[in-house]
Design a protein around this ligand. Sequence first.
Ligand code: NAP
Ligand code: MG
Length: 498
Amino acid sequence: MTLTREQIQDRTTAISMGTEAFINGAYCAASDGSTFETVNPATGETLCGVSHCKGEDVDLAVRAARRSFNDGSWSRAAPEHRKEVLLKLSGLVRENATDLAVLESLDSGKTITDCQDEIGGEVADFFQWYGELADKSFGKIAPTGEDALALIVKEPAGVVGLVLPWNFPLLMAAWKLAPALAAGCSCIIKPAEQTPLTALRLAELAREAGVPDGVLNVLPGLGETTGQAIGRHPDIDIVSFTGSTEVGGYFLRYAGESNLKVIGLEMGGKSPFIVLDDADLDDDLIEHAATSAFWNGGQNCSANMRQLVDARIADSYLEKVVDRAKAYKVGDPLDPDTDIGAMVTEEHMERVTGYIDKGASEGANQLTGGAREGRGYFVEPTVFSGLTPDMTIAREEIFGPVLGVLPVKDMDDALHIASDSEYGLHATVFTRDIDRALHMAHRLPCGTVSVNGFSEGDIKTPFGGYRQSGSLSRDNGTEAMQQYLQTKTIWISRGSAA
Ligand code: NAP
Ligand code: MG
């Protein structure tokens, strides 16, 4: 449903904001009664105080999750039942998509249009897709001959912690929760402190759909308290984390210093957008170039900020990209015509503008963009020319609407520069030559390569990073389900035969 700015404004006053933690099927205050504030980044105003869960609350949630896992109400339920509940949850997300989108936009500064697309589309689709998968996953029988029967079966891994970032709050929750629930795990979500509201609302919908008490717990809080308590808890079997590479490293340490829980990591990136000399510099390509850098205000782990363009076409490319960047409408996230909303916090906006200043001071040419004066945390799409591979803005993740063009000599030069990164999440290649496309796709050291279009794949295709962008685990596709399952062999010896 397309709503006008006025109708959306009306929803902002009508929707209720759940502010308490969700533990064992009920909302509750934090044990010590403490709260933290979540802010609307478009205005800088506080939206509400939210329960700040500490170790004691994590402990309560883990006990509820373990109890539910052991009683089998979800972990051993018929797969058809898990499917039915997840399909119902998908339907409830679709029914409530507008209010969830308004809540998400208010809490995160993302545009209402993106929030509606994500929540009414992908988030609901995730619960549907993994619900459907729940009763279509088969085990194996090993080739033993007649002496034995060896079954290789998958079992839910247990109690899992899902620690989330703020850039796609409910979408990242769905990416992890849907396969974890489909697998039969009991879950503890820690949303990012900047964006806790939609995950808290999702808990209520899950309860309504029939997810048993204790199977889904949502613990809002801060990284150093709630996040760390999850990372160090001795009775959590797996943590699946999306966020920065620095904090991903902390989770490995927490695991090493506690119970050696399995850690799945999806982290940062510095992904290249490569344009070879034979590419058509048409509107389609320029649209992909701009989207890859500016979508979600560049607050995207696979943002293609580093644009490696053949030097022979770089000038004409820059001219078109700058024109496109200037056409973006930045501002009120609740206006359906807005393309880019607010940066998530003031601190983050300053981090982004700090990188823009650094780009200029290290010798790149800023052709357009920069911070916007006034209320709220807004940055205009920013384009640099004259990037060199050693510049800070060519190496570090900016996580804002910044695009830099780095001219390259040829395909080998592009491959060399693209590969020279500690990250390895994503790359885009534009060329009309399928042999060159495949040559690049096979050699680029990253988890996703998209050819002749910026795409992260979809629900069916695994997503994750090489190098310091990720661990071996993957979100999305049937691979995501494997994160939340363990493998058991059941070896049945044949008795002396009749
Ligand atoms: P972040 O600071 O690493 O936070 C991610 C989560 O970890 C938050 O819930 C955070 O809590 C928690 N956390 C922070 N410090 C912690 C600590 N000391 N111990 C335990 N938990 C802690 O990342 P972010 O700023 O929210 O998100 C941006 C990053 O996510 C970017 O680097 C981006 O590339 C990455 N990202 C990756 C993917 C992917 O799939 N690869 C997708 C989206 C984003 P608080 O909210 O309280 O800090
Ligand atoms: Mg907020």
